[in-house]
Design a protein around this ligand. Structure first.
Ligand code: SF4
Ligand code: SF4
Length: 194
């Protein structure tokens, strides 16, 4: 397109007032937000922080924290080593080695001999949970994930199953039928790394 083309539209930048040139409206708006928080904390006792670790933050129900591998009603790992989670994972941090299921497990052909997630590479997107056809992998509300080395943050099958044992009462399996009676109270549990 040429510079003198009649179809060319020229858009003039809006004329700014002196206050707008010095960003005064935006500064006033920002100070207003800060002021609202100060008033909320000082007079309405609306604290927006917690005194962690003495006070535990309770994340929202759809928070995506540390993974767990779920077990079925026979205390067996639910995973059938279909590899869908590893295929869906955008961070390529799931490594599974499948093997033939034991003869005493007639309901499946395969199970994961090894199941490893690199929790440091994970971006906690939840795609693995979405992809799993048997609800075997879930992200929990555990957020205080710490380790002294990179190796400690690579969770193997044993560790992922131990997260299930540590969280199953506070966080029932999302897609399982709810047990009869009132829902258990949601609360944070100690990290399995402690
Ligand atoms: S949460 Fe996302 S990045 Fe992490 S293991 Fe699952 S699919 Fe991969
Ligand atoms: S966790 Fe689910 S998606 Fe991943 S391999 Fe096991 S059964 Fe398949």
């Amino acid at each position: 397109m040429r510079a003198d083309d009649p179809k060319l539209m020229r858009i003039e930048p809006p004329k700014l007032t002196l206050a707008e040139r010095f960003f005064l409206p935006q500064i006033a708006e920002g100070l207003g937000v800060t002021g609202r928080h100060v008033v909320g904390v000082a007079f309405q006792k609306k604290a927006i922080t917690v005194q962690y670790p003495e006070e535990q933050h309770v994340p929202s129900p759809n928070y995506r924290g540390v993974h767990r591998l779920n077990k079925d009603e026979h205390d067996r790992i639910k995973c059938v080593a279909c590899m869908l989670c590893a295929t869906a994972c955008p961070a390529h941090c799931i490594d599974i080695v499948g093997a033939s299921a034991p003869p005493s497990w007639p309901d499946r052909e395969k199970y994961p001999e090894s199941f490893v997630i690199d929790e440091l590479r994970c971006i906690y997107c939840g795609m693995c949970e979405e992809a799993c056809p048997v609800e075997a992998i879930e992200l929990t509300g555990l957020y205080d994930l710490t380790g002294l080395s990179r190796e400690q943050m690579i969770f193997d099958k044993t560790k992922l199953l131990s997260v299930f044992d540590a969280t199953k009462d506070a966080e029932p399996m999302k897609y399982a039928a709810p047990p009869p009676g009132p829902a258990p109270e949601t609360k944070m549990l100690p990290s399995p790394l402690d």
